[in-house]
Design a protein around this ligand. Structure first.
Ligand SMILES: [Zn+2]
Length: 211
């Protein structure tokens, strides 16, 4: 999921744990676009499991890095990006690999990846992206995960990954590597999408202070 440190998200750090707990999640991965500082700070501050990560804009499409301590620069090829994630001790996830209009990797997803995000709640058309994600993950024999790709509080938890691990960052990441995980979830409901869009417009054009 993304926080206000990604230009396109409305979610404040305070809202992350609030909505995640409300939806019954045991933890969330914070993956802001091309920055790691926000997630690193939150994972230290919060009394809730936050996996520190970032969504990197590689030259071939978006890649999520989880459990890295140093940011990976954008604009590198898939191979270079995944190598740097592994060198930084993290895992590389092909996020929304089969989705259209989202800067997806598509056929650039290789077996170098630790996992593919098969279910991404914000992908349109949803079913098509799940189907392509499944095909990619099974062809490469890599782990399958799910993510809400939330940019608005109520979207958190629309998708989730069931992981056979203790609520601990290293344990969770190692379980994903061993494919001890399963993706679940649905598309963000249309009503929630509309509410998000209205909130964005109000903030942009509404009277000062109105949210
Ligand atoms: Zn993306």
């Amino acid at each position: 999921m993304h926080t206000i440190y990604s230009v396109d998200s409305l979610i404040t750090p305070e809202e992350v744990a609030y909505y995640a707990k409300k939806r019954g999640l045991d933890g969330v991965a914070v993956t802001d676009h091309d920055r790691l500082d926000s997630a690193l700070r939150m994972c230290k501050e919060k009394d809730f499991l936050i996996l520190p990560g970032m969504e990197i804009t590689s030259s071939n499409g978006h890649i999520v890095a989880l459990n890295v301590q140093d940011p990976v620069v954008k604009g590198l090829t898939v191979e270079e990006t995944v190598d740097r994630i592994h060198d930084a001790g993290g895992i590389a996830i092909a996020c929304h690999p089969g989705a259209m209009f989202k800067g997806s990797l598509g056929n650039h997803t290789t077996s170098m990846f630790d996992a593919a995000e098969v279910v991404n709640s914000s992908a349109i058309p949803f079913r098509h992206s799940v189907k392509r994600g499944e095909q990619i993950a099974s062809r490469l024999k890599i782990a399958r995960v799910a993510g809400s790709d939330a940019h608005y509080g109520p979207e958190i938890g629309c998708a989730y990954t069931l992981i056979d691990a203790m609520p601990d960052i290293d344990d969770v990441v190692n379980a994903i590597k061993r494919k001890q995980c399963q993706p679940f979830g649905r598309a963000i409901p249309l009503a929630v999408r509309l509410k998000r869009e209205i909130t964005v417009l109000r903030r942009r054009f509404g009277p000062r202070g109105e949210t």
